[in-house]
Design a protein around this ligand. Structure first.
Ligand code: AMP
Length: 520
């Protein structure tokens, strides 16, 4: 089934319900949203001559046109290629070339920087910017009455990986993959209602845009914040008028929202579900979040290759405070989602006993079709039907998965495995430590030694002995960092993920010219 059909249905079932807001201003109801998507789909096929299966790229900051372009493309049987608006124009250019997109929607704020790079992209025939007459013309076509019929394994979304190592790869996500993901969201996160709202504070091109699906099915309202992004004060204001309000937030956003609410004494009761994931949430931070905002959190663990759909730590598990393993559950990423199987295995795919650390494998109808034009990478990643996630973790007897690190981030010192996450958790217990990232550095005797990059609260220097002391009190002696580097900020990708590769380069360049050294 075509996921576009979800809006066709809601356009009838919830016709008069408010569908889309820009901040506090109503943009259209469900009838209107479905109509616009129908017109866009029809125009892409008719006026612009696209054919079923063609790719429509979207390089757009969050804006009210985002959803109608997604659904309009699906109505027409086209595949979308949403590109993170925070990427450099050259990175966007690479994705445009690699995906062979025929048409690009680019928002006005990004159009000028991208324009000079588009001239010689052969397949790209049309570029349209929302808010221009060319965009307005899309509404003039006679709307498609229904979404094109397509199979579950028809390509729906070409999602480019963050590419922290090497070039990003196009992950082929089918309509069936998305439908499975949506079913899991409804079963494992929330079943929204027409009275609910969702706000897009994180890029719609990624997880935030996935959260639109269950809300689209339910006839809930969708809000694009006027800032187009994450502003805690704006979110608090929206939670007053759009309650009950849900959102997806990366762990760093959760921390900033919680800090804001604590500092201002704002009322968190307008928030319904804050779905977080995409990176590690440290125990200290989620404890603070629960204390300040109450039980409004659900955690998911997924990756582009099985979008949003590997494990979930549900609302119930956050409330079950009397459970003897509450603490370890809070530090976990929860249990397998309803429609997938998850196991931990060695490098040959042999399942490990509970408690043993190995690679996390997932199997189920949410797992991608493969990598775009890259059968070799596909064969390396999906073996015997199991997706090898590259994440290391261990399962407890109740099926709760605790992630350790990406396999390539594990440190081996003196023959013992050290998971940086474990050391990071301990260092974050120090009240003056804001952020931390731990990596390994080659050592002639031990193989690798542990190095911690530490960002402290402004103006609060820390004596490394205090950090050593914390480690000695909490973890095995051999895991303690041998060196601490105090820096102003951690290098992060456009997706907000800490770039450990960059930290390694800094260390490798210690003897190189000053410019390459780690900033202090
Ligand atoms: P991406 O494909 O860019 O969404 O990145 C997916 C990766 O982010 C996963 O393979 C994990 O390494 C990490 N990740 C996703 N969700 C979580 C989570 N809840 N906790 C820790 N790491 C996560």
């Amino acid at each position: 089934m075509n996921v576009g059909q979800l809006l066709v249905r809601s356009g009838m079932a919830y016709a008069e319900r408010p569908a889309l807001y820009l901040g506090e201003q109503l943009v259209c109801d469900y009838r209107g949203l479905a109509h616009r998507a129908g017109c866009i789909g029809s125009s892409l096929l008719g006026r612009h001559g696209l054919k079923r299966g063609d790719r429509v790229a979207m390089f757009m900051t969050n804006n009210p046109e985002y959803l109608e372009v997604l659904y309009g493309s699906w109505y027409a049987g086209l595949a979308v290629v949403p590109i993170n608006a925070k990427l450099h124009a050259k990175e966007a250019e690479f994705i445009l070339r690699d995906s062979g997109a025929s048409l690009l929607f680019v928002s006005a704020d990004l159009a000028d920087t991208l324009a000079p790079l588009l001239a010689d992209i052969k397949e790209l025939r049309v570029v349209i910017t929302p808010g221009t007459p060319a965009y307005a013309k899309l509404y003039q076509s006679e709307p498609l009455a229904a979404a094109a019929s397509c199979d579950n394994d028809t390509l729906a979304w070409l999602f480019y990986t963050s590419g922290t190592t090497g070039r990003p790869k196009g992950v082929m996500i089918s309509h069936g993959n998305l439908l499975t993901m949506i079913s899991c969201m409804c079963a494992d996160i929330d079943l929204p209602s027409p009275l609910d709202s969702v706000v897009y504070a994180a890029p719609i091109s990624h997880a935030s845009g996935m959260l639109q699906f269950p809300h689209m099915i339910a006839g809930s309202s969708h809000t694009v914040p006027v800032s187009g992004g994450f502003d805690p004060a704006e979110l608090v204001e929206l939670s007053k008028v759009r309650r009950p309000l849900s959102l997806f937030a990366a762990p760093t956003m959760v921390k900033r929202l919680v800090d804001h609410i604590e500092a201002t004494g704002a009322d968190p009761s307008g928030f319904k579900t804050i779905l977080y994931g995409g990176g590690p949430m440290y125990l200290e931070d989620i404890r603070d979040a629960l204390r300040v905002m109450g039980n409004r959190f659900v955690q998911i663990y997924g990756q582009g290759e099985s979008p949003m759909t590997i494990t979930v730590l549900s609302r119930y598990h956050f409330t079950n405070v009397d459970h003897p393993r509450y603490e370890s559950r809070l530090a976990s990423v929860g249990v397998a989602q309803t429609l997938v199987e998850v196991r931990v295995a060695d490098s040959n795919g042999v399942s490990l006993a509970n408690g043993e650390v190995g690679e996390v494998l997932v199997r189920g109808p949410s797992v991608m079709l493969g990598y775009w034009n890259n059968p070799e990478a596909t064969a390396n990643t999906i073996r015997d039907g199991w997706l090898y996630t590259g994440d290391m973790g261990c399962m407890d007897d109740d099926g709760f998965l605790t992630l350790k690190d990406r396999s390539k981030d594990m440190i081996i010192s003196g023959g013992s495995n050290i998971y940086p996450r474990e050391v990071e958790e301990v260092l974050l217990l120090h009240p003056a430590v804001e952020e931390v990232s731990v990596i390994g550095r080659k050592h002639p005797e031990w193989g690798e030694e542990v190095i911690a990059f530490v960002v402290t609260e402004a103006g609060k220097p820390i004596d490394s002995a205090e950090l050593d002391d914390l480690c000695l009190k909490n973890i095995a002696r051999f895991k303690r960092p041998k060196h601490y580097r105090f820096i102003k900020a951690l290098p992060k990708s456009n997706y907000g993920k800490v770039l450990k590769t960059e930290l390694r380069l800094w260390l490798a360049a210690e003897n190189a010219p000053e410019a390459n050294k780690a900033p202090r």
